[in-house]
Ligand binder design. Structure first.
Ligand code: NAI
Ligand code: MG
Length: 379
């Protein structure tokens, strides 16, 4: 962020007047988390130089490494480092730390955009002619519902049982509805609401969203039973714009986006609170089957970082990342998750080049250095 005026010579690099400065916290976590976070951090550092802002990246522990060092998966030291930062870049954890982190910062809005790359239409199990116009945004409620409700395991006489409670305050539904309606208003003005009111009538998502929608007359709201919605998303993904869902349904539905896009390794997400503070990450998990091999696809975490740049108002820099990504895919570069079973040519007839994580980073760095982007003010 721009800092107060002082003579340039007396200042460290990040305090030059009119230069934007951001501090982010990297939480690499476990599995491929550290690999994709470091790949993204390296690209962001190179990008900052070109884009005219300075970037500090602090590191902290979460998940298993935090458990080993501090005896808890989300230590207070980690929360302290995150406080006052401009965003969190998150890797992945097996369990522990993530739900608590979301709750701590009240990151109730999870945005997961899905727009298949024109170069990857054949990577999706969905027919290419149904993917051409797909531009979806999943808006998932992230800090309430069944993942946070009363839960336990108990025993009555001989019978053991378990329970998780899907509990939503009306206002929790209303506040995420307002975010989804705002998003729809700036897009194609269509909002689909996932619900299951035939079986869960005490969670009236349709009625509450309709009530909030009165303030957004341009937006058409279409409630849909979540099971039907899952089927419709696969059969006609191009017909949807913004899809709003609670925590559980949003978790499940948004993974469909991975299949639509071609690989779960491609998608990023932003989790935001009411102040616009956020955590940015890939949609995928720790991928233990490929961890440590250097072959993880970093494009999902990079897509998360792209959302972070947009959230800061660094829209042109975000577009630069998207353009380089599309160039890379169009030139036939593929990480192993995008390796086709049989066809070895890219859509333009170019031979595919199977690349490692670090080769993807190298491609981005070379392209960033080749662009000499003039410094510009925040948009
Ligand atoms: P996963 O997303 O880790 O992996 C599913 C499949 O996709 C695997 O075959 C994996 O190799 C592949 N894959 C995922 N990301 C990839 C990438 N960037 N590049 C190339 N291939 C990629 O899901 P899974 O196996 O169900 O979960 C593994 C662990 O991750 C579990 O412990 C789960 O709890 C955790 N998890 C954590 C999340 C988070 O931290 N946000 C989200 C989802 C799962
Ligand atoms: Mg999930």
């Amino acid at each position: 962020m721009p800092t107060e005026q002082m003579p340039t010579e007396q200042m460290p690099k990040e305090q030059i007047p009119n230069q934007r400065h951001y501090r982010i916290v990297a939480l690499p976590g476990e599995g491929i988390g550290p690999e994709v976070v470091e790949a993204t951090a390296t690209i962001l550092r190179a990008l900052a130089d070109q884009a005219g802002f300075t970037l500090t990246i602090d590191y902290a522990l979460i998940g298993m490494p935090a458990q080993q060092a501090f005896g808890t998966s989300l230590p207070s030291e980690t929360l302290q480092i995150c406080e006052g930062s401009d965003g969190i870049l998150f890797g992945a954890v097996t369990q522990g730390g993530l739900l608590e982190l979301r709750k701590h910062f009240d990151l109730f809005t999870n945005l997961r955009p899905v727009r298949p790359s024109p170069s990857l239409l054949s990577a999706s199990p969905i027919k290419a002619d149904r993917l051409n116009h797909v531009d979806l945004l999943f808006v998932r409620e992230l800090v309430s519902g069944i993942y946070f409700g009363e839960a336990g395991r108990e025993r009555q006489q001989q019978n053991a049982y378990g329970f998780h409670t899907m509990r939503y305050a009306d206002e929790e539904i209303r506040r995420i509805a307002r975010v989804a309606l705002q998003q729809a208003q700036t897009r194609r003005q269509h909002l689909t609401v996932a619900h299951k009111e035939n079986a869960l009538p005490h969670l009236p998502w349709s009625r509450l969203v309709a009530s909030e929608a009165e303030a957004f007359p341009a937006v058409t709201v279409e409630p849909m039973l979540v099971d039907n919605l899952a089927m419709q998303l696969v059969s006609r993904p191009g017909d949807f714009d913004v899809v709003l869902a609670g925590n559980l349904f949003g978790d499940i539905l948004s993974d469909l986006g991975g299949a639509i896009a071609g690989s779960i390794g491609l998608l990023g997400s932003a989790s935001l609170n009411a102040d616009g503070f956020g955590m940015y990450e890939a949609v995928h998990g720790t991928a233990p089957d490929i961890a440590g091999k250097g072959i993880a696809n970093p494009l999902g975490t990079l897509a998360g970082a792209t959302l972070m740049l947009k959230q800061w108002g660094e829209k042109q820099t975000a577009e630069t990342l998207i353009t380089i990504r599309e160039n890379m895919l169009a030139q036939g570069y593929r990480t192993h998750d995008l390796r086709p079973a049989a066809d070895t040519t890219a859509s333009a007839g170019q031979p595919l080049k199977i690349v490692t994580t670090s080769e993807v980073v190298d491609f981005f760095i070379t392209q960033i250095q080749a662009r000499s982007q003039p410094c510009k003010g925040q948009e």
